[in-house]
Design a protein around this ligand. Structure first.
Ligand SMILES: N[C@@H](CCC(=O)N[C@@H](CS)C(=O)NCC(=O)O)C(=O)O
Length: 222
């Protein structure tokens, strides 16, 4: 096992971003000393940790005498260059682009709403996310919740999100754009569509098709 124990990984047991780095370290047979940053106790906001990552997010990988590396995907790229085998990126450039695209989608596009600082921000907002009229932030928030409702996915304990979205839905612009209102979908079609969505998302990873395309949602379910 390669000794990279001079690396310190600022980590917390529960987080997906830390998990990504741990798996990469394990696959590459690398060892890093873990330093716990207790997110529940708010240690990510301490002055000492803000020196390491001013954004207050974990993970951060620190190598003595070098600037800390934040952002889990940047850390994975760094580990890939430090210890190339086994490869975490395909050897062809199109394959690399596809894997980076999938990783970005999973780590960036789907990650943020559940992380404490975003959740906290959204639980201290007012009628809207920002100020007293709907902004792009409300449009984006409502869009995520609208699609989650279509697939009957709920996130408990988000009263402010619920309040903002409920308020948005009283506005004509939001109500007319709602999935059920614009496509006149029938509730009974949702279960097989949800199944198809999950299955196709899984299969697309193995077959090389794009999991981002929504066209399959409109196809008739056998
Ligand atoms: N895009 C960053 C996300 C970092 C991040 O938000 N980490 C979460 C834990 S998964 C965190 O530190 N949250 C602390 C907070 O929001 O206060 C990455 O992939 O490293």
């Amino acid at each position: 096992m390669a000794d990279h124990a001079h690396f310190t990984l600022h980590a917390f047991w529960r987080t997906s971003a830390t998990f990504r780095v741990r798996v990469a370290l394990n696959l590459k047979g690398m060892v890093a000393h873990e330093h716990l940053i207790n997110l529940d106790a708010g240690e990510q906001h301490s002055a000492a940790y803000r020196q390491i990552n001013p954004m207050g997010g974990i993970p951060a990988l620190v190598e003595p005498d070098h600037p800390p590396i934040t952002q889990s995907l940047a850390i994975l790229e760094f580990l890939e260059e430090t210890q190339p085998l086994p490869l975490l990126l395909p050897s062809d450039r199109r394959g690399r682009a596809r894997v980076r695209s999938l990783a970005g989608m999973l780590a960036s596009d789907t990650h943020p709403l559940i992380t404490p600082r975003v959740k906290k921000y959204l639980t201290t907002a007012g009628v809207f996310c920002h100020g007293d009229q709907a902004t792009m932030a409300d449009i984006c928030l409502a869009s995520v919740v609208a699609v989650m409702q279509v697939f009957k996915i709920s996130v408990p304990d988000t009263p402010t999100i619920d309040r903002i979205v409920a308020h948005c839905s009283t506005l004509d612009a939001f109500a007319r754009a709602a999935p059920h209102s614009s496509c006149r979908c029938q509730t009974r079609t949702l279960a097989p569509i949800r199944f198809r969505l999950l299955t196709l998302l899984q299969l697309s990873f193995y077959r090389g098709s794009s999991p981002c395309s929504m066209s399959f949602l409109t196809k008739k379910v056998a």
